[in-house]
Structures are given as C-alpha cells and as structure tokens.
Write a protein that binds this ligand. Sequence first.
Ligand code: TYM
Length: 350
Amino acid sequence: MIRLALLIPSKRVPLRLKSIEMDTVLSGIRSTGHLHLGNYFGALRNFVRMQHENRCFFFIADYHSLTTHPDPKSLHANVKDIFCEYLAAGIDPEVATIYVQSDVPETLELYLLLNMHAYMGELAKTTSFKEKARKQPENVNAGLLTYPTLMAADILQHNADKVPVGKDQEQHLELTRRFARRFNNLYEVNFFTEPKPYNFDQELIKIPGLDGSGKMGKSEGNCIFLCEEPKLIQKKVMKALTDVGPTEPNSVKPESIENLFVLLKSVSSPDTVAYFEEQWDNCSIRYGELKKQLAADIIAFTTPIRERYLDVCKNEDYLRKVAANGAEKARASAAATLREVRHIMGIRPF
Ligand code: TYM
C-alpha cells in the first residue's frame, strides 16, 4: 500500500503510513530479448489493465538478466526494446511509473539487507535455480542463487500489494512473502506487506510454446514475439506440432493440441474457439484450418502493437524522458522504504 493516510504504530519502529486509497502494483520483465506472447498474456496485459486503478511500478529487470552473462551490446539494446514494447502495449507513463532496474541503486542496498535474512538452503531449492544450474553448469553464479532476494527487493521496496506475473513466478512470490514475514517477525514490526501474485482472481497463466510441450520461453526457442513480422508468425504457427487427429468423439486433447487451443483462447473470439472445439469433439478437425485461423488472429491482435512499437522506438528523446522520470519516482519510493528498513535494523548515524 502507498504510505499516505493511516498511521500504524508498531513496536519499535517509527510510525508507518498506510494507504486507504490505492493498492500498489509492481512487476518486471527481464531484458533477455523481445517480449513474447507468454510475457504478454502472463504479465503485460495485466499491467495495462491495472494501471488506472492502482499505484503502479513496471520495470525492466536488467540486473536479473545478468545471471546468464549477456553481451553488453545486446543487453543495452534489449532494455530499450522492452521499454518500447511496454509503451506500445499500452502502459501509459502518465499514470504508471516505468523504470529500468539499474536506474534505482536503492534496490541493491535492500537486496543486500534481505540477503542477510535469506538462507542458502531455501534459495538453492527453488526450481528456477535448479533448472539454471542444470542448464549452465559452468556458470552457477551467486547472482543466480540470490535471484529471489533481488526480486524480493524489487517488490518490497515499493511495498507492493499485488504482483501481476505468470505461473512460473509463483514460487519466487512465495519466497518474497516469506522474506517479508520473516523480517516483520524478526524485528517485531508490521512493516512489509506480503505481496500477492495477481491475475484478477484467476489462476496464474502459463502460455505454451508451439513445439508441443512446456511453456513459451525465450530460452526454449519456441516463441512468437509480440512485435514479430506477420510472415514469420504465420510460418511459425503453420509449423506447430500436431498429430493424426482424434479417433474417438469427445476425447481428451494431447498436450500439443491443447496448447494450440490455449493460444486460440488467448487471441481468438469465443465463437472461433467454440467452432474448433466442436470440430475436435466430433473428430472432424482440420489442423491446417485451425492453424491458419490462429495465425490470422495472432497477427490481427499483434499488428497494432507492432506498429506502435516501430513508431515509439524512433523517439529517443521521449524514451529518455520517460525513463528519467520513472527512475526519479521509483527512487523516491524505494528510498523512503530503505530509510525505514535501515532504521528498523539499527543502521543509523551515531
Ligand atoms: P521473465 O522475464 O522470465 O518473465 C516476465 C513475465 O512474463 C511471464 N511469463 C509467462 N507467463 C505465462 N506464460 C509464459 N509462457 C510466460 N513466460 C513468461 C512471467 O511469469 C513474468 O511475469 N523474475 C522475473 C522478473 C522479475 C520480477 C521481479 C517479476 C524480476 N523482479 C519482481 C515480478 C516482480 C522473470 O524472470 O520474469
């Protein structure tokens, strides 16, 4: 909650201000390449939907992307691309704060302080750490291990109530909640809010890839990008994995086909979905027709975003202004939290 209106006394800490007005929302996306449909439907779509009713912070997690050692040129270009994609998708910098993680050094002090309360065992147990350690055994760096505490610092520095994310971030959010609880208990304060992963009271979303199994992800190489060229989208969708088709009415869909339907439900009209569901159920489905429709609907849906993206990318002055303004607001919010955290922990001048 934004600390505005109510004063909540706690045991040893100075009075803490709480809002009775608006929830605080925070979320971020790593700068590891262009945004794909998973990022959009899992996260970005909700950023846009939430921005008018909440105090929102949306950032580009460039520090988080360093765990895989990107080359400096591509890191720099990726930050700008995502910044433009945020704006193109409809985040309005007049109402929401958009910033780049590395523009807010306060995050790093909170990260350090939270690391003192995060245990090796719990960090090493996270699925993302174990997966990355398996995928890049030559680079199991400390940043990878403490990835969840940096994420907790991102969230807790603004005392976010809601964090719009996809299904794969659920475990990280659970850790953030645990760190917040642990801090409050240890110092006997009611300071950090326990943030909720958020998708408008619905299950968190997992958008699948086109290769038959698993989620859409940059490192999986199975993505359709939000600002991808229509021809490429068409090509990728037409190549999506399918099978010989159902042999019995009303049968359960195998994963590769279910995945196509998940994508269809995300971009197509309910009538279109119902049409193909019926075809599936009565075993008359033609995958070629379904894929053509799916490609057309993805293209229709992404084209306006792509056009705005191409436009906004050109306006360097505007981008710089939005980033500077966002950094200033994010720093003010983070610094206020940090001041109180330092005080609570006893880091004070003599
Ligand atoms: P990242 O960059 O991997 O993904 C950004 C957002 O996109 C969602 N997402 C998906 N949702 C549904 N289906 C998919 N296939 C899919 N792929 C990605 C993710 O769930 C996420 O919401 N650790 C974060 C970045 C981060 C962050 C934070 C997020 C850093 N600090 C604080 C929230 C709050 C990450 O790597 O997301």
